[in-house]
Design a protein around this ligand. Structure first.
Ligand SMILES: Nc1ncnc2c1ncn2[C@@H]1O[C@H](COP(=O)(O)OP(=O)(O)OP(=O)(O)O)[C@@H](O)[C@H]1O
Length: 609
């Protein structure tokens, strides 16, 4: 590509803003974007990022780099003889790899045309890499077309590289050589290379997708009625079951992509992806899918609406086990068992993930209905037609009335008003028609009595469901139980690859105890599962925990002085690795006061390793 202008044209534009008549449109537009930016006008070379940052950028772009490896090596070999070099850049124009003629590579270093150099248009003005990324189109910039004078001894052709699965811009490939030498076919070559890299990414992705689907088929347990989506490790949907969109509702966009998945959740580590998905969809079961030691992606399972029973996500947890899981749980379980023994309709309230469904199943298994059907109905998405059809067609509810068993209604307060009316009638009908003892259990994450008082829940439905009410506490209300629960969950979900229970360093344990656990037992279980899937050694330190667990607590979590002090002590303990002298120094209190406060807040004294 010949230069469309002379040095004087560039000088006049820089000094007076006069537009050279023969300038190419793409160059002029980029000059206009670059002009007036004093900080870049006199640069002799592009800025460069620190080695640490370059390492992070390379890690984040692992998929692009490994797909580009073969193409870069081959092309670099050819360019060796042609007096040129080849650069692979990330989305922001940072050079990650360089290959080609050794002399040219060493000259490139002078301008930071080498790994770490930052060639964004904003950083150094008009240049092929930055302008190609800005326009998302192939661009050639030769000699004086470069905005900074020191770069004008180069001619460069860059082509953008896009994600073959979703079209997102990932980076650019650039070929650069000294200006003035023949550069004819180079632009076409850069485009061909970009296409080769995209093709290599597509092939690698499709291979992983195939392994993922094979893994799914091999893993799939009895999950009838569930809505499933499998995502590859970059968060790209690979497969979903028919009912997935309906079950996911608003948390999912129309094209089947999860909302709000930031770049760090899509860095190719399924553990990060799984952690983020658990935040976005707290009701979902999120499992990391691995094959022969490679973590390939994530399986997301949502309960499907309707009348069908939901299979337990875990091996059943017995009533005795629940009763032993915390000081306040024993009396709750004993009272619940008495109500069920007497056939009293029982409402179990408690925040999401607190274990309501698990308790309901355990009560069924330990009570007079054991061995009979357990019918689980998600009322939040129940529709009146399904209810009517079920009764008319002698479906699950009618069969339940005949055989006896437990009817478990999940979130009845969220049933739409017409469904509430019908549900009340159905319950009355079932009572009348029941040929064998029938137990009603209801689960709610909101106070149903308050709902009724606000006119949002029909009283006839409420009184049929809630002859007795029990409340399961949030994990944040039972902090003393946390160490025991963490150890039990860690042992229950052993490391997938080695079958050993997870262990925690004292600092990591303190972070776990300081966390608020808004997702309660589900959040704890999900965390243990994902740590089990991602940890090689089985020993979890602070760095292995998800970032939201190790960040200092936000203002909401520190709502009281007491909470704030407790969080500060826990954070200082974690940071100082349990060194009590250092913790006391950081907090500005005496060691003896620190010990008193640890006891006061129920924070265990760390053992030094
Ligand atoms: N006592 C327990 N021991 C071990 N695991 C438990 C216990 N209670 C609950 N879990 C686990 O925690 C998760 C959430 O429990 P569960 O579904 O019973 O909560 P929930 O209160 O019904 O939640 P939601 O309101 O969101 O439906 C499940 O995966 C379950 O296996």
């Amino acid at each position: 590509m010949p230069e469309s202008i002379q040095k004087e044209d560039w000088e006049r534009f820089r000094a007076l803003g006069s537009v050279p008549p023969s300038i190419r449109e793409v160059v002029l537009r980029s000059w206009v974007r670059s002009r007036g930016r004093k900080e870049i006008e006199t640069l002799k070379r592009a800025p460069s990022v620190a080695q640490d940052e370059l390492r992070v950028i390379r890690h984040r772009n692992q998929r692009l780099r490994s797909a580009a490896q073969t193409a870069i090596r081959r092309a670099g070999y050819m360019l060796n003889d042609a007096g040129m070099m080849l650069l692979l850049c990330d989305r922001s124009g940072v050079v990650m790899e360089a290959e080609g003629d050794a002399r040219i590579l060493s000259r490139g270093q002078e301008n930071h045309l080498h790994p770490g150099g930052h060639w964004d248009e904003d950083a150094i003005g008009t240049n092929a890499i930055g302008t190609a990324l800005h326009l998302a189109k192939p661009v050639t910039i030769s000699g004086v077309e470069h905005f900074c004078e020191a770069i004008q001894r180069w001619s460069c052709a860059a082509a953008p590289i896009r994600d073959p699965f979703n079209g997102a811009l990932l980076g650019a490939i650039d070929i650069s050589g000294p200006s003035g030498q023949p550069f004819g076919q180079v632009a076409a070559f850069s485009v061909t290379l970009a296409m080769q890299i995209e093709e290599a990414m597509r092939n690698a992705g499709l291979q992983e997708h195939r392994r993922l689907v094979e893994r799914l088929l091999a893993e799939r347990r009895e999950r009838a009625g569930d809505a499933i989506m499998v995502l590859d490790r970059f968060g790209q949907p690979v497969w979903s079951s028919a009912g997935f969109d309906a079950a996911a509702g608003r948390a999912w966009d129309g094209e089947g992509r999860a909302l709000h998945l930031p770049a760090e959740a899509r860095d190719g580590d399924p553990g990060h992806l799984a952690a983020r998905l658990r935040q976005v969809l707290p009701h979902a079961d999120v499992d990391v899918l691995a094959d022969r030691g490679d973590m390939l992606g994530v399986m997301l399972t949502l309960p499907r609406p309707g009348l069908r029973s939901r299979c337990p996500a875990d091996p059943a947890v017995g009533l005795a086990q629940i009763a032993q899981s915390g000081a306040c749980l024993g009396p709750i379980c004993a009272a619940a068992a008495k109500y069920v023994e007497g056939g009293v309709p029982l409402l179990i309230e408690g925040p999401v993930g607190a274990g309501k469904e698990t308790l309901a199943r355990a009560l069924h298994g330990a009570g007079p209905q054991a061995g009979q059907p357990f019918e689980f109905v998600d009322c939040s998405l129940l529709d009146a037609d399904a209810l009517r059809d079920d009764l008319v067609d002698a479906g699950a509810l009618t069969r339940l009335a005949e055989s006896g068993g437990t009817l478990c209604l999940d979130e009845p307060g969220q049933a739409p008003p017409p469904v509430q009316a019908l549900l009340a009638q159905v319950l009355a009908h079932l009572r009348r028609a029941a040929g064998a003892p029938l137990q009603f259990l209801s689960l709610s994450s909101v106070g149903l009595a308050e709902r009724m008082a606000q006119g949002e829940l029909r009283s006839d439905l409420y009184f049929r469901l809630a002859a007795a009410t029990l409340r399961l506490p949030a994990l944040a209300e039972r902090r003393d139980d946390l160490p025991g629960l963490i150890r039990r969950f860690a042992a229950a979900y052993p490391q997938q690859r080695h079958g050993r229970a997870l262990r925690f360093t004292p600092a990591a344990m303190l972070h776990l105890q300081a966390h608020d656990w808004p997702g309660n037992l589900r959040e704890l279980r999900n965390l243990m599962e994902s740590l089990g899937a991602t940890s090689l050694s089985g020993l979890i330190d602070v760095a292995d925990l998800p970032r939201h667990l190790t960040r200092p607590a936000g203002p909401r979590a520190e709502s009281t002085l007491r909470d704030r002090e407790r969080a500060e002590i826990a954070a200082a303990l974690a940071e100082a690795g349990g060194n009590m002298t250092e913790v006391a120094r950081r907090l500005g209190i005496a060691r003896s006061t620190l010990y008193l406060k640890l006891d006061q807040y129920g924070i265990p004294r760390p053992r030094r390793d």
